[in-house]
Design a protein around this ligand. Structure first.
Ligand SMILES: *Cc1c(COP(=O)(O)O)cnc(C)c1O
Length: 339
């Protein structure tokens, strides 16, 4: 099977398993797991931030961050296709009692112009207090679109002027960073909190990090516990995360090249209406006949290729480290055979 449904489907490599089995562990709720501590320090240093905290999932890191930034009744500004709004089970309302002001924007990204009209006036009691802006880089629903760093800086400047924190859902931030070539630290400076997934394209089996200044991360430890996310000998999985950060970042470029090749092939096919221009590892294909989504998904599956239906008339294919160059050739050949 060639599994293009998501970059979450990767399995730990032999080397990664080896590192995991050798990990030194302790009780991380007591702060005593050396492997967790090493990962947290490494990730914080990588982004030039003071601290980070290892969590079970990207949903958990996002939800902890939101909980730290907002009070009940306040409002979070985010894109209407963002993961924090669309794919976290209503967690913003449920966990933090906050409301959401969703805004539009090209391919899952938002600009200052899209945020500005929705900052509520603080001194008018009718309005919920705007307390956070959250952006996603790369954008999942936007087909892996990468933010222009200038736009991020504009958003940060704007938020700072309004006294608003800026959160990054960086589930695929390394896919963005290998493409935009921005210095990690300069990039991270723009955000008050950063959520990073280790279990997407980086290939670790479990885990995400929330990165920020030490006072934020100290408070995050309490919220993680309350959310049931305190883990004990988590060093076995933290070791996989550290291995992933050290070995699997630069190779993301290969995934992007593979996705580009699939895009090119799709664009040659008469049944394809449009492909969102591939920027990273996600290919979103819009069919001419939107009623054929299931038919295509089934045909791919019958040929041992798994892809994902992605809303009306759309298919998603994601490349990752368990998809080889040969697999890409096979996928392209199969696409060519379809009518
Ligand atoms: C995958 C993903 C997350 C986190 O998902 P989990 O499955 O909870 O780890 C967050 N944001 C985006 C954009 C994602 O794609």
């Amino acid at each position: 099977m060639i599994d293009l449904r998501s970059d979450t489907v990767t399995k730990p490599s032999k080397q990664m398993l080896e590192v995991m089995s050798q990990a030194k562990v302790g009780d991380d709720v007591f702060g005593e797991d050396p492997s967790v501590n090493e990962l947290q320090e490494y990730a914080a240093a990588l982004f030039g931030k003071e601290a980070s905290i290892f969590c079970a999932s990207g949903t958990q890191t996002n939800q902890i961050a939101i909980n730290l930034h907002v009070q009940p009744g306040a409002e979070v500004i985010c894109h209407y296709e963002s993961h924090v709004f669309k794919y976290e089970g209503g967690g913003i309302a449920k966990n933090s009692g906050a409301s959401t002001r969703t805004v539009g924007g090209d391919r899952g990204r938002i600009t200052v112009n899209e945020i500005e009209p929705w900052i509520n006036p603080k001194y008018d009691v009718h309005y919920p207090l705007t307390q956070l802006v959250s952006i996603e880089d790369t954008s999942n629903r936007g087909g892996g679109a990468v933010y222009d760093f200038e736009e991020i800086k504009n958003i940060k400047k704007f938020c700072s002027n309004k006294g608003l924190p800026l959160h990054l859902d960086g589930a695929r931030v390394f896919n963005a960073l290998v493409e935009n070539n921005v210095d990690y630290k300069e990039y991270a400076q723009q955000f008050d909190s950063i959520s990073v997934c280790l279990s997407k394209g980086l290939g670790a089996p479990i885990g995400s990090l929330l990165i920020g200044d030490s006072s934020l991360i100290e408070r995050a430890r309490r919220v993680r516990k309350v959310f049931g996310g305190g883990m004990r000998q988590a060093g076995f999985i933290a070791a996989a995360g550290l291995y992933a950060l050290k070995n699997n970042v630069l190779r993301l470029k290969e995934d992007h090249n593979g996705a580009k090749r699939i895009e090119k092939k799709l664009l040659e096919m008469p049944w394809v209406e449009h492909v969102l221009e591939v920027e990273t590892n996600i290919v979103v294909c819009i069919l001419k006949d939107s009623s054929r989504v299931n038919e295509f998904v089934n045909k791919f599956e019958a040929n041992n290729i798994l892809i994902m239906p992605f809303g009306k008339g759309m298919l998603r294919m994601v490349t990752h480290l368990d998809v080889s160059q040969n697999d890409i050739l096979e996928v392209c050949a199969f696409i060519e055979s379809l009518e």
